[in-house]
Design a protein around this ligand. Structure first.
Ligand SMILES: [Zn+2]
Length: 222
């Protein structure tokens, strides 16, 4: 059987590091003041980082107002992403752009938070990297913000897929990404290592619901 993601990767001419894994369904809930066009660019950045490693997502977007936040995601392999105005300060005084809560050391909750408010603060403090922002066209501003937020989301999804809080010395799972790395058009600081994909593949397999084998029935076209 050919998993769903395989044909898409082949069509895009990409060579995944591991056999293609089934796509993960991710519900994306954005606050109303986060531009939908920025969210689209952000998800495209997250997609690009993980697709290169052989992993794909199906994004299902829902407005924050319409989403009952106390309802846990129903499927074990699914995840939800909240993009909103909440901010946190880490123990070392830094301002994280995103986070995922762990119930214990190896059990992440099925929710990633990406802080639009913290991303705006980073952007406004990074004029040395992104240039003057006052007269910056909206598309350029959204492209830069979305790039950083998409990379942060890819990192937090990495914690979920690896079921680990541990950071690596380099690549996507490095603990602290600089503003230069987050805003640069160069994506090479955000690579997923093949050894990490081995872990992801095992975890994704463990999360799949046991579905009884169904014999396909074929029919001609209409
Ligand atoms: Zn992290």
């Amino acid at each position: 059987m050919v998993p769903f993601g395989a044909s898409r990767a082949t069509a895009a001419g990409l060579l995944p590091a591991t056999p293609m894994l089934p796509p993960m369904i991710v519900t994306v809930v954005a606050a109303s003041d986060v531009p939908p066009s920025l969210v689209s660019l952000m998800l495209a950045e997250t997609d690009a980082i993980w697709r290169r490693a052989g992993f794909t997502f199906i994004w299902q977007r829902v407005p924050l107002d319409a989403w009952p936040l106390d309802t846990p995601p129903s499927r074990p392999a699914s995840l939800r992403v909240i993009i909103g105005r909440n901010q946190r300060t880490a123990a070392d005084g830094t301002l994280p752009l995103g986070w995922i809560v762990f119930d214990d050391v190896a059990t992440p909750e099925q929710e990633v938070y990406v802080s639009y408010a913290s991303a705006v603060r980073l952007f406004e403090s990074a004029t040395g990297v992104v240039g003057p922002i006052n007269a910056m066209p909206r598309l350029q501003r959204e492209t830069l913000m979305a790039r950083a937020m998409g990379r942060v989301l890819a990192h937090e999804i990495g914690h979920y897929l690896l079921a680990s809080k541990v950071h690596a010395v380099g690549g996507l799972m490095k603990a602290v990404q600089t503003a230069t790395e987050l805003f640069s058009p160069d994506r090479t600081h955000f690579l997923v290592q093949p050894s990490q994909m081995t872990t992801v593949a095992a975890r994704v397999a463990s999360l799949q619901p046991l579905v009884p084998e169904v014999t396909p029935r074929f029919r001609g076209g209409v």
